[in-house]
Design a protein around this ligand. Structure first.
Ligand SMILES: *Cc1c(COP(=O)(O)O)cnc(C)c1O
Length: 243
C-alpha cells in the first residue's frame, strides 16, 4: 500500500466500489446499469478529482459552489464529466450553480426552485433536479420536511409547482440517512424515501419520479437494495477527507 501512488489507490478503490455496486444490484435482482455512481470530491484537491476521472468516474459531486469552481474549471476539458451539486444552495449562489453544474440533487425549497428556473432560462439550459427530503427529522439536515406522512400532502403541493417550472426537469428524490456505524440501521430511512416517491408519483403522475439519490460510503449497498438509482460515494473511493 505504501508504495501505491495516489492514482493507483483511487483506481483500485473505485473498481472495488463498482464491484460492490454490481453485487448489491444483482443480489437485489436489479440491473447493474440501473445504479449510477457520483464520486463526491468535496474537500479534496483537483488532483484527487482528476485521479477519479482517470479511474473511470464520470459523475462528480460537490457541496460548496466556491470550493467546486476551481475544480470544475480545471477539469472541464475532460470528456463527458458531469458535475452534480449535492449540498445546500444559498439563494445568491443559484446563478453560479446553473453556470457550473449539470445536475442538482439538493433542491430544498420552492424559492430556490424558482431562482434556479429563472437562471436556467437566462442561460438557455434545462436543469435536471431532485427534491431533497429530510426523512429523519434531524434538525441538522436540510431538505423538505418529509419524516412523517402528514407532511407529504404539502410536499406534493410544492412538487406540483416545481414540476411546472419550464426550465427545470424534476426527476426524483434525494436523501441522506442519519450516520450509523451499522448500515442496516439506515434501511428504514431509504424505505421511507421510497414511500414518499410512491406517494408523489400517485399524486403527480405527470412527473417522472425515476431517480432516487440515496446511499453514501457507509450505506450504499443497503440503499441499492432499497431502490437507489444514484449513490453518492466519497471516502470509500478517495479516502478520508483532508482537514
Ligand atoms: C459528503 C457527502 C456524501 C459522501 O459521503 P461519504 O461518506 O464520503 O461517502 C454524499 N452525499 C452528501 C450530500 C454529502 O454531503
Amino acid at each position: 500500500m505504501g508504495t501505491q501512488t495516489l492514482e493507483q489507490s483511487i483506481r483500485s478503490n473505485y473498481l472495488r466500489v463498482m464491484d460492490r455496486i454490481h453485487d448489491a444490484a444483482v443480489s437485489a435482482g436489479r440491473e447493474t446499469q440501473s445504479v449510477r455512481l457520483v464520486v463526491v470530491t468535496k474537500a479534496h484537491p483537483v488532483e484527487v478529482a482528476l485521479a477519479a476521472v482517470k479511474a473511470g468516474a464520470r459523475l462528480l459531486g460537490e457541496n460548496y459552489v466556491e470550493e467546486a469552481e476551481g475544480k470544475i474549471l480545471s477539469i472541464s476539458g475532460e470528456h463527458g464529466v458531469e458535475w452534480h451539486m449535492i449540498g445546500h444552495i444559498q439563494s445568491r449562489k443559484a446563478r453560479r450553480v446553473c453556470e457550473l453544474f449539470q445536475y442538482v440533487h439538493s433542491m430544498d425549497s420552492l424559492k430556490l426552485a424558482n431562482r434556479l428556473d429563472r437562471f436556467a432560462e437566462e442561460l438557455n439550459i434545462r436543469m435536471p433536479v431532485l427534491l431533497e427530503c429530510n426523512v429523519s427529522g434531524e434538525e441538522s439536515k436540510t431538505g423538505f420536511p418529509a419524516w412523517d406522512e402528514h407532511l407529504w400532502a404539502d410536499l406534493a403541493q410544492q412538487a406540483r409547482q416545481i414540476g411546472e417550472l419550464p426550465n427545470l426537469e424534476l426527476h426524483g428524490l434525494m436523501t441522506m440517512a442519519p450516520y450509523y456505524d451499522e448500515p442496516e440501521r439506515a434501511r428504514p430511512f431509504f424505505r421511507k424515501l421510497v414511500r414518499v416517491r410512491d406517494y408523489l408519483s400517485k399524486d403527480l403522475p405527470q412527473v417522472s419520479w425515476s431517480e432516487l439519490s440515496m446511499g453514501m460510503s457507509g450505506d450504499f449497498e443497503v440503499a441499492i437494495q432499497e431502490g437507489a438509482t444514484i449513490v453518492r460515494v466519497g471516502q470509500a473511493i478517495l479516502g478520508h477527507r483532508p482537514g
